[in-house]
Design a protein around this ligand. Structure first.
Ligand code: CTP
Ligand code: ZN
Length: 152
């Protein structure tokens, strides 16, 4: 028989649980989703044991259900994130995140001469590779890849 699991963060009644966030990127996820600007109850745990990630973080947002396009914005920093949609204490749906076709904001262009690095211009990229993330800048056309990816 499966042992009942000990929850490190209390169960929620309704809302979204984002699991398998790399612990080092927890605060980036919070910022990308704007969780620091909403009134919903939010609980999180970090530096939890994970076989896959080493150290993972989990965020539970009560009474919040995200649009896919919004949640996919975290794919750059939490590619293995798993979403659990909770209704009446039950997991009613599980989702994974997907790297979108384009990225607005979030990442910095690696080209120091790019206009986005010296003027107040929101960065825009076309995603040219999803697996080993490669972003082509809309302004200077230079490629920013995983190694030189900096989140704003
Ligand atoms: N959860 C929660 N509140 C609930 C139900 C579930 O916070 N009312 C959380 C659990 O703590 C877990 C996640 O939602 O982190 C997924 O729940 P569940 O599918 O029951 O757990 P697992 O079987 O461990 O799912 P997986 O292996 O897919 O992560
Ligand atoms: Zn650029």
């Amino acid at each position: 028989m499966k042992e009942p699991k000990q929850l490190s963060v209390s169960a929620i009644q309704n809302g979204t649980v984002i699991d398998h966030i790399p612990a080092k990127n927890l605060f980036k996820v919070i910022s990308i989703l704007g969780l620091d600007h909403i009134d919903n109850q939010i609980t999180f745990g970090t530096n939890l044991e994970s076989k896959k990630l080493g150290r993972k973080a989990i965020i539970k947002i009560s009474d919040k259900f995200f649009e896919d396009a919004d949640i996919n914005r975290i794919a750059l920093v939490a590619p293995d994130a798993k979403l659990n949609i909770i209704r009446d204490y039950e997991v009613v749906e599980k989702k994974v995140v997907e790297v979108p076709d384009s990225i607005v904001g979030i990442a910095r262009c690696m080209n120091p001469k790019c206009i986005t690095n010296f003027e107040q211009v929101t960065t825009r990229f076309r995603v040219v590779s999803k697996k080993n993330v490669a972003l082509k800048c809309h302004y200077c056309e230079k490629i920013t890849n995983q190694e030189n990816l900096h989140i704003i």
